[in-house]
Design a protein around this ligand. Sequence first.
Ligand SMILES: NC(=O)C1=CN([C@@H]2O[C@H](COP(=O)(O)OP(=O)(O)OC[C@H]3O[C@@H](n4cnc5c(N)ncnc54)[C@H](O)[C@@H]3O)[C@@H](O)[C@H]2O)C=CC1
Ligand SMILES: O=C([O-])CC(=O)C(=O)O
Length: 328
Amino acid sequence: MKRPIRVAVTGAAGQIGYSLLFRIASGEMLGKDQPVILQLVEVPVEKAQQALKGVMMELEDCAFPLLVGMEAFDNPRAGFKDVDIALLVGARPRGPGMERKDLLQENAKIFTEQGKALNDVASRDVKVLVVGNPANTNAYIAMKSAPDLPAKNFTAMLRLDHNRALSQLAAKANVAVADIENLIVWGNHSPTMYPDYRFATVKGESLQAKINDAAWNKDTFIPKVGKRGAAIIEARGLSSAASAANAAIDHIRDWVLGSNGKWVTMGIPSDGSYGIPEGIMYGVPVICENGEYKRVEGLEVDAFSRERMDFTLAELLEERDGIQHLLP
Ligand SMILES: NC(=O)C1=CN([C@@H]2O[C@H](COP(=O)(O)OP(=O)(O)OC[C@H]3O[C@@H](n4cnc5c(N)ncnc54)[C@H](O)[C@@H]3O)[C@@H](O)[C@H]2O)C=CC1
Ligand SMILES: O=C([O-])CC(=O)C(=O)O
């Protein structure tokens, strides 16, 4: 039997947690032959801890063969001990009329504390995915709060945006989602993000040439992907949960098991390329192999893209400036 992988999930009793945990335990994230131990973290509040117990009872009732251990925690320092993977989901979600950055001040404290805890007790190879919003800046905070861990271990979730863009493009071009390759979502997980299909192909042919509609790109596609989270809140009264959990599974699965040569979008600390200042947590195209992601390099940035990429960068710089005082 393989060594079990320790997976921490914060916000485990929340909406996303409820869609996420069962899929991790059934092997959809790390493989059907990979045992897992779940380290579930919730706030030290009776109601949340009770709810978490209920979720754990349900996990038990599934009798998942790969779930070889699970434990509940009310603080990250205990919950992150020796973890190989940390899914930082727990945070306050936004409601109608709010932007994700409105959550910044409240959620920033959480990610400072959790970054420090990872720094002190997690595996030195821990792979961290921040889902809690504003995801890029929270990931930046966690990374900066964990100076003893490699910065590259910290990532932010843009996979939901990537998947949303894939579905919109497939519908527009009347092609299968599975046939679209080389899509990118640049920047922040916010309405300023820039979904970019200039390099996308369908069975080797240019998707942009097939769609051939610059007005649709600018006036429909880009805003629709950017505002999809708000549209879900409007329709459901609650923010996306199952699709967010699905994207988290995709993100970690590809990072750990490889993306089979495909481009996927991850928010990762910039290396200074593409005009993005070093360290900024920015959505870029990557290919994953052997447990590592590698940025797709050398892509041309035209004038329209430059403008979009700078716009979403400006927002990230503004968010960073707003939390600088919290960093160690
Ligand atoms: N990056 C992305 O694409 C997406 C991000 N999100 C974000 O994910 C986060 C979670 O969303 P939901 O599950 O819908 O929210 P929720 O409110 O249903 O659940 C959040 C859970 O986190 C817990 N929590 C809060 N602070 C915590 C802490 N310091 N430690 C441990 N647990 C803590 C709460 O008690 C609650 O049970 C929100 O910030 C939301 O905006 C949601 C969808 C997509
Ligand atoms: O929009 C929200 O607040 C939740 C989220 O991040 C998304 O669905 O993309």
